[in-house]
Design a protein around this ligand. Structure first.
Ligand code: SF4
Length: 894
């Protein structure tokens, strides 16, 4: 068994991993103790990287659903591109790439679009994620560079966490927050979030502002800081410009006015401002709550204004620190893989920048015409302006807002190319051409994490089938296309391996804020991950930026940027009275194309749920588990509801992950069927975090639930087998559950008997020995198959009252001999049934909520006590915030 050092492929924390391999397959994954991002820790997603990576794989190039060789496929694509470019010009094609790509992959795609084809129509799903943070840094500080580092968590006296559920979105980083608080309990943690998240529960204070009112809060805090003389005027005078305009702007943001806008108490504004300014070192951590907004850039600059006014930047423990969502959104920004950027943090709008890159690439010139950003790109595909779209390693048919338009665009496009490691995603369903890509653990390159640290990603095993690394696909296509576009010229893509690409990218950074001319694969090999900048002739990167108070602006000064507060793009009104906000689940990643392949990652949140404040549930006449219809101006969906007292009345929450593969129905487009495409004017990032909805009872009287294993298929095969049924009902959902699948459906009227027979067949419930009960007059049906003395699969339709106990017995593999005669009866629970299963809290060690509550009732009153009794929270630690919450709830109750 070998161990290969690499990097986790999920979030921007960028944890180092050790991949254990026998050369043919990945056998295990553990944290790399030597990696400075995680020191050996991994969260639950990272620990299960192996399981997520080997299933649902695209293996061969497919053209029109038919397997072709790579040579045939690339010839076909190059011919189509050449014809379209000659007839309709370079802007008739587009590339939509991903923050999951490695820096080298990104670099080649960017050069292919901008250097060879001559279009700037290349954008990335990072536009949905970090574009506002990037725009904010550039406006305020002069460069797209997070100035702080993870070590600053150890030095901060005040952690100001805004719009980030760090405990769930960046779990390993949150372990460092917990460690810092344990070492120095005097550290103050403030969380600004409309929801009482696990992060908010951990904080010393939680400002539950109304969604989208962050700018008002930050301006109000600055008002207090100035009014109370807490600003650092010496620092402002020496290192900034534009202060007066911001001072004048915030004059009207009195605590009283801000408290009214934000829905909090004015003392909360005042006390938070005092804490922020008086603390020896204040570190802000922020993420999508600020970025995914039509005012995303203003939220970022308003927050940075606070740091500039108080001098809380460029010193240990201080600074505005954006937490990157994706593993390599930073790398994409570095190579300029966005519609408005060029390599080395250059701007497309600058003639000087364009000519520098044209020279580096060996082309005459680059187009000055701005490319289409993510949302704009799919609108242009919809209108026919863009005819060919090449989608790489991302799932726009789930993740972009206004899914109706996105899906129509994909249907209308002349050619949709999807380059993917996963065979089945919402987007692969629209692919005319599917190109199989190497996945995590199968490719080489580099990624940059939130703290500007570049880590190597290494291949532990070869890709399966004919899958190839993304950079290799781009290079092979580019060379094939060059035969059409510049047959006599030397190739622009002479790369034979990722290292040669990295070296060219490195050259693009020379003399820039992110200069990495001192780095090489060899140095990364010898010394491990390094932070940029790391110029030639230096011996290490910079942990922290702007310690000298000099900023990369023309005058060397940071800029105060006036950021007036603007309400959300779509406010609640009488027709749509609730405010829907979206966010992450603890154990799922983005559109679930990988984590959705791992049953264990469903254990914490097994099915889609819309969370509402209990009073809103009551008002809508809904109880926990009831099916609701959620409508926005752009679409609707059915989803079960649950109460969450951590939400304010009037606010609803639906996790961002549930796309139509998991949350189906005849007209289903997942959560982003509801969201709106309003864009931030600077960053062009859409307001995925907020839209107005109404929630009402679903008028779907007929219900079905089926769960279990099929005798002739593993869980993932059964999951895919259920695909056709996801659109047969008004509502449908499916999820991996234990060793099988849980499928749920609802409709106004009972479906045909033939449809039920097909579902039964999928689960292997059609056999003669399955227990059967049918009442045609009441449209009630029941099928139960046993394996030995345990339940193997169940289908209940029309009357699903027995679901809970049957599911409990199935999941536990419990013997049914004592309750056998009740199997045919629609009882909620038979007498003497031993129902035990509950929601899993600790996935690593399979500890459920009931066991934890029972241990607490039995006297386990502290976290260490719980941990020693049940071992929960002793592996990855992602459940620790929730364990603390359960302990605190018990103490409150007592
Ligand atoms: Fe991966 Fe979890 Fe680390 Fe993020 S925190 S990089 S998901 S192991």
């Amino acid at each position: 068994m070998n161990e290969v050092r690499s990097t986790c492929g999920y979030c921007g924390v960028g944890c180092g991993v050790l991949i254990q391999t026998d050369g043919a397959a990945i056998r295990g994954v553990k944290g790399d103790p030597s990696h400075p991002a995680n020191f050996g820790r991994l969260c639950g997603k990272g620990l299960l990287l192996r399981e997520a990576s080997f299933s649902n794989r695209a293996l061969f190039p497919l053209v029109g659903g038919v397997r072709r060789s790579w040579a045939e496929t690339l010839d076909f694509l190059a011919g189509k591109f050449a014809k379209t470019l000659s007839q309709h010009g370079p802007d008739s094609v587009a590339f939509y790439v991903s923050g999951q790509l490695l820096t080298e992959d990104y670099y080649v795609f960017n050069k292919l679009a901008k250097g060879l084809i001559g279009t700037n129509n290349i954008d990335t799903n990072s536009r949905l994620c970090m574009a506002s943070a990037s725009a904010g840094y550039k406006q305020s500080l002069g460069a797209d560079a997070p100035p702080a580092c993870y070590e600053d968590l150890d030095h901060a006296d005040c952690l100001f966490i805004a719009g980030s559920n760090t405990a769930w979105a960046h779990p390993v980083l949150f372990r460092r927050v917990e460690d810092a608080k344990a070492r120095r309990p005097e550290i103050k943690i403030v969380v600004v979030d409309p929801r009482r998240t696990e992060t908010a529960r951990f904080a010393d204070s939680h400002l539950a502002i109304a969604p989208g009112t962050d700018v008002a809060l930050f301006n109000g805090m600055l008002h207090v800081i100035l009014w109370e003389g807490l600003a650092d005027h010496a620092w402002i005078g020496a290192h900034t410009e534009g202060f007066e305009a911001v001072r004048d702007l915030v004059r009207e943001y009195t605590p009283k006015a801000v408290a009214a806008s934000c829905g909090i108490h004015e003392n909360e504004v005042i006390e938070t401002a005092r804490l922020f300014a008086r603390s020896r070192a204040t570190l802000s951590l922020y993420c999508q709550g600020l970025n995914q907004s039509a005012s995303g850039t203003a939220k970022n600059t308003a927050l940075i204004n606070l740091h500039l006014a108080t001098g809380q930047i460029g010193k240990p423990g201080a600074g505005p620190f954006s937490l990157t969502g994706q593993p390599n959104a930073m790398g994409g920004r570095e190579v300029g893989g966005m519609a408005n950027l060029l390599p080395g943090h250059r701007d497309l709008s600058s003639e000087k920048d364009r000519s520098e890159i044209a020279k580096l690439w060996g082309v005459n010139q680059l187009s000055a015409k701005p490319g289409k950003t993510a949302v704009e790109m799919f609108k242009a595909v919809h209108s026919g302006e863009i005819r060919i779209v090449w989608i790489v390693c991302t799932n726009p048919a789930q993740s972009l807002p206004e899914q109706k338009l996105v899906r129509e665009a994909l249907e209308r496009a002349e050619l949709v190319i999807v380059q993917e490691a996963c065979a089945a995603t919402e987007t692969t369903a629209y692919a005319h051409v599917l190109l199989p890509a190497a996945g995590w653990g199968e490719k080489e390159g580099t990624v940059t994490n939130s703290e500007r640290r570049i880590s190597r990603v290494r291949a532990a095993v070869p890709p399966p089938g004919e899958a190839r690394p993304d950079w290799g696909i781009a290079v092979a296509f580019a060379r094939t296309l060059e035969r059409h576009l510049r047959p006599e010229a030397k190739t622009l893509f002479p790369y034979e391996n990722p290292e040669t690409i990295f070296n060219e990218h490195r050259e693009a950074t020379r003399g820039r804020d992110l200069d990495i001319t001192g780095l090489s694969y060899r140095l990364l090999e010898e010394r491990g991950p390094q932070q940029w900048p790391y110029p030639e002739n230096t011996s290490m990167g910079k942990a922290r930026l702007y310690e000298d108070g000099v900023f990369p602006t023309p005058g060397g000064r940071a800029r105060f940027v006036p950021a007036p507060y603007r309400p959300v793009a779509e406010n609640a009104d009488a027709r749509y009275p609730l405010r829907l906000t979206t966010g992450r689940l603890r154990d799922q990643w983005h559109a679930m194309s990988r984590t959705g392949n791992v049953a264990a990652l469903f254990a914490h949140a097994p099915e889609p749920r819309l969370a509402l404040h209990p009073s809103d549930l009551e008002r809508a006449g809904l109880a926990e588990g009831s099916l609701a219809r959620v409508r926005s101006r752009r679409g609707d969906l059915y989803v079960p509801v649950e109460p969450d007292a951590g939400l304010k009345p009037g606010v609803a929450f639906l996790p961002m992950h549930w796309g139509a593969r998991f949350l189906g129905g005849s007209d289903a487009r997942g959560v982003n069927g509801l969201t709106l495409p309003a864009l931030d004017p600077e960053s062009k990032q859409p307001e995925l975090k907020h839209c107005a909805v109404r929630v009402e009872r679903a008028e779907l009287a007929w219900r079905l639930v089926a769960f279990g294993r099929a005798p002739d298929a593993d869980a993932l095969e059964l999951f895919e087998r259920l695909d056709p049924f996801m659109r047969e009902f008004a509502f449908a959902s499916r999820a991996l559950a234990g060793e099988g699948v849980l499928f749920r459906a609802a409709a106004r009227e009972p479906p045909s008997a033939a449809l039920l027979v097909r579902i039964d067949r999928a689960f292997g419930l059609g056999a003669a020995d399955a227990l059967r009960y049918d009442d045609a007059t009441r449209a009630i049906g029941r099928r139960i198959a046993l394996a030995g003395d345990a339940i193997r699969a169940v289908r209940l339709s029309g009357d699903t009252r027995s679901e809970r106990w049957l599911q409990d017995y199935w999941k536990r593999g419990a013997a049914v001999q004592g309750v056998r005669r009740y199997l045919a009866m629609p009882l909620a629970a038979p007498p003497g049934a031993d129902i035990r299963s509950a929601r899993t809290v600790c996935v690593c060690l399979s500890v459920d909520e009931e066991s934890i509550l029972s241990a607490i009732r039995d006297g386990a009153s502290t976290l260490p006590c719980l941990q020693s009794r049940l071992r929960c929270g002793t592996e990855c630690g992602s459940c620790i915030p929730e364990l603390r919450g359960l302990l605190a709830a018990r103490q409150d109750a007592a």
